[in-house]
Structure formats: structure tokens, C-alpha cells
Write a protein that binds this ligand. Sequence first.
Ligand SMILES: [Fe+2]
Ligand SMILES: [Fe+2]
Length: 163
Amino acid sequence: MELQEKILEKLNQQLNNELYAAYIYQAMGAQFEAEGLEGFASWMDAQTREELEHARKFYDYINERGGRVELEAIDKPPSDFGSPLEAFQKALEHEEMVTDKINQLVKLAREEDDYATESFLQWFVDEQVEEEESVNAIIDKLEMVGDSDSGIYLLSKELGRRE
Ligand SMILES: [Fe+2]
Ligand SMILES: [Fe+2]
């Protein structure tokens, strides 16, 4: 069954959202690099790679279903996200927005009886739960350390151990 135009359009939009997410995380990484917080920066690098993989999943799925991938311009991300706590709070906000978009896509797939797309999206529904949870856990720790430079340094080191 061919992909419906409406669904194809939303899948292409989500491909762009994932690329923008990669861009935001890379911009956060660049800020942390500049501030000497290498652990946070490498956590952001890992996150950037994950978002690129997410984008690729949409790319492959659209192609598998015989749809046409259309790449749009990627918005310019901010270059300054404030303190590490503020940066991770912005990351959480962004993930919540993505979760909302994924949920809207699932809803549309259901309404249009596109069960293949609904099944494809299930992976993202689960992934978003993990994404929000991992960012939330980091926010909790950042709130605990507060303004302590040594606390921030140690937390950055801990996050740098992420594969
Ligand atoms: Fe993603
Ligand atoms: Fe994400």
C-alpha cells in the first residue's frame, strides 16, 4: 500500500525535526567544548549521533514505503544555552516537543488506518520515554550540585563516560 500524501508529508517533517535535534545537541556540545566541559560535550556528541540515526530511520522508512524523501532547510540552533542546568532544561523541552510530534503522527497513522506506519513509530514512542528519562536524571543531578564548580566538573566527567 502506498504512503498517503498527508502521512508522507509528516514523516518528512519529522525527518527534519530529528536533524534539527542533532543540530541543537551539536550546538550545545560546541558550547560545552568552548567552556572546557569535555564530558558534557562528549555526551552531546553521542546524543547528536543518536538523532542522526533517528533521522536515518525516517529516511529509510519513507524509501521502503516508496515515498519521496524531501530534505528541507534545517533551522539555525541557538549558540548560547546558558548554564549546564539551563542547557539540559532546554534539551528536555525539546524532547517533550518531539514526543508530542511523534504522538501526533501515531494518531494520524491510526486515523488513516496506516498500521505499518503506526508500527514503525512504536520504536520512537519507546525511545522518547528513554530520552526524557535520561535528560531528567541529568537535570536532577545538576540541581543537586547547584553552582558548585567541582560538582559540575565531576558530573561532566561522569557523563563523558557515556558510550
Ligand atoms: Fe530523536
Ligand atoms: Fe531525542
